[in-house]
Design a protein around this ligand. Sequence first.
Ligand SMILES: Nc1ncnc2c1ncn2[C@@H]1O[C@H](COP(=O)(O)OP(=O)(O)O)[C@@H](O)[C@H]1O
Ligand SMILES: [Mg+2]
Length: 538
Amino acid sequence: MQRHGFLAYTPPVQGIPVGQQALAEGGDRPELADVGRLARRLVRQVVHIARAEEASVRRLLADYLGGQVGTLPVASGSWPRYDHVNVQAGLDAWLAEPGREHTVAGLTGFHHRVFGLADLIQPDSWQPGLGLGSVTTDSLPAGPGGVTLACVQCALYLVTDPEGPIVLLVRGPGEHNPAQGVTVESVAAGAGRAQRAIDDVRRLSIARNVFRGHVIEFGGEVFGYDGGALLGFQARPQVAREEVVLPSDVLDGIERQVLGVARHAGRLLASGQHLKRGVLLHGAPGTGKTHTIRYLLGQLSGVTVMLLSGRALRLIAEACSVARTLQPSVIVVEDVDLIAEQREYGEGEHPLLFQLLNEMDGLGEDLDITFLLTTNRADLLEPALAQRPGRVDHAALLPLPDADARLRLLHLYQGRLVLDLADPGAVISRTEGVTASFMKELLRRAALRAADEPGQEEASTPIRVTDAHLATALDQLLDTRNELTQVLLGGRPGSGPAHGARRAGQVLHEDGGYLAGLGDVGEVRGAADHPEPGAADG
Ligand SMILES: Nc1ncnc2c1ncn2[C@@H]1O[C@H](COP(=O)(O)OP(=O)(O)O)[C@@H](O)[C@H]1O
Ligand SMILES: [Mg+2]
């Protein structure tokens, strides 16, 4: 929060500041008997000053707009809380239009208060405590790389353009009542002029929408009721196609739905085909669902992306409304199984998943909006998807990597390591049933062991990984599995060797998905998070 832009409008308040006057009258050390008298006088002074300050707001408006200010029409517009930054961007653009000049007058004492421009211009409405002062702004994310925009919390814009004076009152979302959105009100002489200003700001807030074309991570609190703000902008991920190790028909199918439709949107629409699409990626943890989404988003430069997670899902409707305004757009909902049984607040308490599916259905077919959903637990979603068909046009199972894929992964994650393997087949056959992310972790551990060895400390030479390093790292990973299996899954039925090998990959799966969105999270998740992941495959 920062303060700036004080407008020097001196309210004609007579007298000395309250405290000083009290002291002057009562002397340096007031007698006890004087305290009551002083207190009464203080209250009178405070009220007097409050009235004077409040009167100064009205006087400012009357001076600016003319004597008949109380009879002028007031128009208003409101926006949801997350749009604060866009309203400011639109307003700034409107103010910057040729022929328009303005000054800003900050309002003080506006917290916790319900008032509008109509109240401020009425001669007989009393707004105690409201005064003129500094303009308080919130610095809100407005672009990737830490770009922010100073957004006004509560201020009067005194504007002049060729049509004459016009005043706008802007109020940001309440800090203490986050459910309250952003409002802009305007007052001016001239038929429809006040309303036109609101309409213009609305139009420009869409035209200048700072979310457009960016990857926006909507945190739990963006739309929420707990005072949070937009989590922010993410750099668009860049993952090359070669880095996505999947059977070619699987990747082709996903690409056709997501990238193909985007590429041919105009022609498809012209020939009466729908654009809106839902794609579900499912498979065991660590098979590349998040990775694939990162690849797709990298290919969709210029497309607005909304990453939804956690509590933000409660307000999927608002996210869809942003997606509609800013299409072409993509809405990513990772680990959608986590919301399968969660309930929204409010009427009916529908599971969030149904709400999501309903919202997907409610959007026009001709909108270029893609839903990308991921889950480790397709089995949990199946009943809901069967009850609400048509939302997901394409479901792709990302399989565990076969021997060929595991070899590719070995080379992909080799990086600048020197792989000095006499028998590459050994590690490939020992890793039957693990996930792609397991292969990545395996190489990292082997490299760590190699780097620890005498003779390999030289920082400038590449690390040389041998069969022995890989074998030991693999033993270690499988050991980890055994320990975790004992602790977390001990005595569970169906944990035979094949299952066990799978779990090894899952336990060490680097979860890049949930909450952290598409960020680089290297956290190791417990197997307990995915109690029966194998079920997702079948
Ligand atoms: N199919 C794959 N091809 C290449 N790398 C992969 C693949 N699957 C996973 N990885 C690697 O493992 C990491 C974790 O995988 P992730 O995509 O988060 O798994 P999921 O979302 O399916 O649980 C990725 O960031 C990537 O580095
Ligand atoms: Mg994931």
